[in-house]
Design a protein around this ligand. Structure first.
Ligand SMILES: Nc1ncnc2c1ncn2[C@@H]1O[C@H](COP(=O)(O)OP(=O)(O)OP(=O)(O)O)[C@@H](O)[C@H]1O
Ligand SMILES: [Mg+2]
Length: 290
């Protein structure tokens, strides 16, 4: 079976991590062996799920659901080890001051190493990533585009040799929508919606990709409009003012929902859940990830 790769991105703080976890849980419940991948040096899920540690090597969260934290440096280290085979030489290579300086000044190298690792399954290259499905809790919008552009840029800059070849194969996998799926998380608010639309255009224009949008933290209330109007009669009371706020908020939400629906092929709406238990929240979100 071909591996599926899901990228979850969006503006900072919109709920990328919990949506990624919800999607990963959903896929694992469907019987797939799933790896939830965090990017960078610091794990969000370690604290969120109160796990002892989350590191490069996957660890089990639940049945069929593991989590790992991949950074440019750890991915590059593993890649070098795979190529060089001798641990001592890899160490020498990485602990070399010139090499370290090179890694630090070549950000695209770090992005390329991460994307190389993520796409290594479908490319059948490097150490085995034995999962049916990878769900990547990816970087926020701007940094995410840098991640996407790294392989394309490198493939254009280096036409020949293994580096050019690798970059081209990464870029090809990223554009293959039978393998890679893109999810933009946003909120029913003006700025996040604009940013989601912009990101959608960039992915469409530069990579011919059609991402899905997840409208998160949608405030769902069953209070009838008549009740809100009634409460507003006492315009100076807290309840009256709150009723007015709620009515206007729902109106804005509705408008942004319609606009988002027009702009994206696929839209998922996730409510704002009043749930503080992390697994219960992820569970509730997973039920919406159809
Ligand atoms: N649908 C929801 N219902 C209730 N709480 C939510 C929902 N979505 C996200 N949250 C909460 O909002 C906060 C931000 O979510 P999260 O950390 O997933 O955002 P993020 O986009 O990953 O942030 P960052 O950009 O910092 O990585 C968290 O406390 C999370 O529990
Ligand atoms: Mg996050």
């Amino acid at each position: 079976m071909k591996q599926e790769i899901h990228f979850v991105t969006g503006k900072g703080g919109v709920g990328k991590s919990v949506v990624a976890a919800g999607l990963a849980l959903r896929k694992s419940r469907e019987g797939k062996k799933v790896l939830l991948v965090e990017l960078g040096d610091q794990s969000f899920f370690k604290d969120f799920f109160n796990e002892p540690d989350v590191a490069f090597k996957p660890r089990e969260l639940k049945k069929n659901l593991d989590v790992a934290l991949w950074s440019g440096e750890t991915s590059l280290r593993e890649y070098a080890k795979y190529l060089i085979k001798v641990e001592a030489l890899t160490k020498l290579f990485f602990e070399n001051a010139v090499m370290r300086a090179f890694i630090n000044v070549a950000p695209a190298l770090s992005e390329l190493a991460i994307m190389g690792k993520i796409t290594s399954g479908p490319r059948d290259y490097g150490p085995l990533v034995p999962y049916d499905c990878l769900v990547v809790d990816a970087y926020a919008t701007g940094h995410f585009m840098a991640l996407m552009r790294a392989s394309k840029g490198m493939a254009q800059a280096i036409q020949f040799g293994p580096m050019g070849e690798q970059s081209r194969s990464i870029d090809t996998v990223l554009r293959n929508q039978d393998i890679c799926h893109y999810h933009i998380v946003t909120l029913p608010e003006e700025l996040p919606v604009r940013e989601a639309e912009e990101l959608k255009s960039q992915l469409a224009n530069e990579f011919s990709l059609r991402p899905q949008v997840i409208l998160n933290k949608f405030l769902e209330t069953s209070v009838p409009l008549a009740t809100l109007k009634e409460a507003q009669k006492d315009a100076t009371s807290d309840l009256g003012r709150f009723a007015l706020y709620l009515e206007q908020h729902q109106e804005r939400q509705r408008g942004l929902y319609q606009e988002t629906q027009k702009n994206f092929d696929r839209l998922i709406q996730v409510p704002l859940f009043f749930e503080t238990d992390p697994w219960k929240l992820v569970e509730l979100i997973s039920e919406r990830m159809v």
